[in-house]
Write a protein that binds this ligand. Structure first.
Ligand SMILES: [Mn+2]
Length: 277
């Protein structure tokens, strides 16, 4: 069984189409989506329509949750109010209702492993845990919570949210981040050390291959990360109405997150010396 796992499309239709075409060209049985179909890019409605048509399982991301909830605008800054209103205007009410009702998590066995799919973390759709974190925080990814389906620790956690793909083995368990289809970034940036941005600004997804439903650990399993170039300029052409066009363009073309101050603060919070990055 081959399952393609996509995440964090963020309204990028060109990237999503390239990914779905690539999936179609391989013998893949199912497509799962880990959320954040909306926010940021202009083609949010189109991406929701395509994901609903193509994916057997879709779970909820933090943006799917945030931009479809009742937000008290009186407590938000002027810029944030504009951002909320623009993003809310990009999807219709029926789609908003669909996103609101998405499940938090999905689980299955493959080649003996209990595989848990999450958007970001078992506790919340917006809790950040990534390769920059210490073991204790990474271990938290495997733990069950009131949001998970089973009360077991997962053998494999597959998630999105951080927009940078990676794999890491700890405690005989496996972490796989599938990266982002439509908004790939790399938070480790240094003008002297940076390589080709095309190594970041691709559409990323994962192909998981193994014995679906089997509780026999003694079976083959594989995790394949796919990186696909797509027509970024064409996608940006269709973003003329984007109220955050400038920062969006930098993310698309340089893979540099729009709010590096937030990234640097999270390095400081984690005890990482930002000057050594
Ligand atoms: Mn997210």
């Amino acid at each position: 069984m081959k399952i393609a796992i996509i995440s964090d499309i963020h309204g990028n239709l060109e990237a999503l189409k390239v990914v779905l075409d690539d999936i179609k060209s391989r013998k893949i049985d199912k497509i799962y989506c880990l959320g954040d179909i909306i926010a940021k890019g202009s083609h949010q409605q189109e991406c929701c329509d395509l994901v609903r048509k193509s994916c057997e399982v879709v779970i909820k991301g933090n943006c799917d949750e945030y931009f479809t909830s009742d937000i008290d605008l009186t407590k938000k800054s002027e810029g944030e109010v504009k951002r909320i209103k623009w993003n809310k205007s990009k999807i219709n009410e029926e789609t908003a209702n669909y996103l609101r009702n998405l499940p938090f998590c999905h689980e299955f066995y493959m080649s003996g492993r209990l595989i848990r799919l999450l958007h970001a973390h078992p506790e919340r759709t917006d809790k950040f845990a990534g390769s920059i974190d210490k073991l204790e925080r990474l271990y938290g990814l495997f733990l069950p919570s009131e949001n998970t389906i089973s009360n077991e620790k997962a053998d494999v956690v597959i998630y999105g949210h951080i927009h940078t793909p990676y794999m890491q083995k700890i405690y005989n368990r496996m972490i796989v981040n599938v990266g982002s289809v439509g908004n790939a970034v790399d938070v480790f940036r240094n003008d002297e050390k940076d390589g080709n941005p095309l190594n970041t600004t691709v559409a990323n997804y994962l192909i998981l291959t193994g014995n679906y439903g089997s509780k026999d650990f003694n079976k083959k399993i594989s995790y394949e990360m796919v990186c696909l170039p797509y027509d970024i300029d064409k996608e940006l052409e269709g973003n003329k109405d984007n109220i955050e066009f400038d920062s969006y363009e930098i993310e698309m073309k340089q893979g540099k997150y729009r709010n590096m101050d937030k990234i640097y603060q999270s390095f400081i919070d984690r005890g990482i010396d930002k000057d050594k990055i």
